[in-house]
Ligand binder design. Structure first.
Ligand SMILES: Nc1nc2c(ncn2[C@@H]2O[C@H](COP(=O)(O)OP(=O)(O)OP(=O)(O)O)[C@@H](O)[C@H]2O)c(=O)[nH]1
Length: 255
């Protein structure tokens, strides 16, 4: 990953290094280099300005940069070790969603729908300082459900910006209640101040996805290509015996 404002590799003399950086994602390894059957595709969803990009960047780089390119929709990839085994993790950042005027439906770009369809696990983010962002979570989850009507959906709910306690608009117990109604776990986190909390949240979801997390049905349907049929061994053996016996017959009749 290279940060805008930092000198580019091979151009170390160029000026840069001001306080705020914008992050440009560069895949850590080619997507094709994924660990077969050990891939977790995670999408991060939520309203504007809740810290989606900040959380991803914090998880991947342990850094809080403060100023992020808006609505990048970038895909990040990383290998992580879970329960002693390597897992290919892909994390999709998304543009923000917004409630419609009737507060029932969502404004959701097509790009986001594609990401929801693609993903195996969902990080739903709101800011504890913004009750409106909290109100988008339930309709957002319903939207994910419409795209994946069958099977459980591995999901975590993240109440971000927990460092801004004085500006809190959403109590922690509301977050917990909502998360359990969605069948997920609630994490209160601060991308700004705490790497461990963010790390724990992402790893938890990753584990849910890899273990099947109650969404084995979707994973089996979504992740695996149809396997080519294996050759029928019984049939092969029968034909082999047939060929052998006809050879034996023809050699004995030749005698
Ligand atoms: N205090 C505080 N600020 C945060 C935290 N996380 C993100 N921010 C700030 O919140 C603002 C929005 O962060 P982003 O990561 O760009 O949020 P986003 O949800 O990706 O925003 P969109 O691009 O609008 O979808 C930035 O100014 C961040 O510095 C946090 O944990 N605490």
């Amino acid at each position: 990953m290279r940060l805008i404002g930092e000198p580019a590799p091979g151009n170390m003399n160029s000026s840069g290094g001001s306080g705020n950086f914008l992050l440009v994602p560069i895949p850590e390894y080619p997507l094709l280099d994924c660990v077969p059957n050990r891939t977790a595709k995670i999408v991060v969803l939520g309203a504007s300005n809740v810290g989606k990009t900040a959380l991803i960047v914090r998880f991947l780089t342990k850094r809080f940069i403060g100023d992020y390119e808006a609505n990048t929709g970038a895909l990040y990839s990383r290998k992580v070790t879970l329960d002693g085994e390597e897992v290919s993790l892909q994390i999709q950042d998304t543009p923000c969603v917004a409630l419609q005027d009737d507060a029932e439906g969502l404004y959701c770009q097509e790009q986001i729908n594609r990401s929801i369809y693609w993903a195996d696990g969902y990080v739903l983010v709101f800011s504890i300082t913004d009750h409106n962002s909290y109100r988008t979570i339930q309709p957002l989850y319903q939207h994910v459900r419409r795209i994946h009507p069958s099977g459980n959906i591995p999901v975590i709910l993240v109440g971000n910006k927990s460092d801004l306690l004085r500006a809190r608009q959403v109590p922690a117990d509301e977050g917990e209640t909502l998360a359990s109604s969605l069948g997920g776990v609630y994490f209160e986190a601060s991308a700004r101040e705490n790497h461990e909390g963010v790390h724990a949240a992402f790893l938890h979801l990753c584990q849910e996805v890899i273990r099947g997390g109650g969404n084995g049905e979707k994973r089996r349907g979504g992740l695996h290509l149809a396997r080519p049929k294996s050759p029928n061994m019984q049939e092969l053996k029968r034909r082999f015996r047939q060929v052998l016996s006809s050879k034996v017959k023809s050699s004995s009749s030749a005698l």
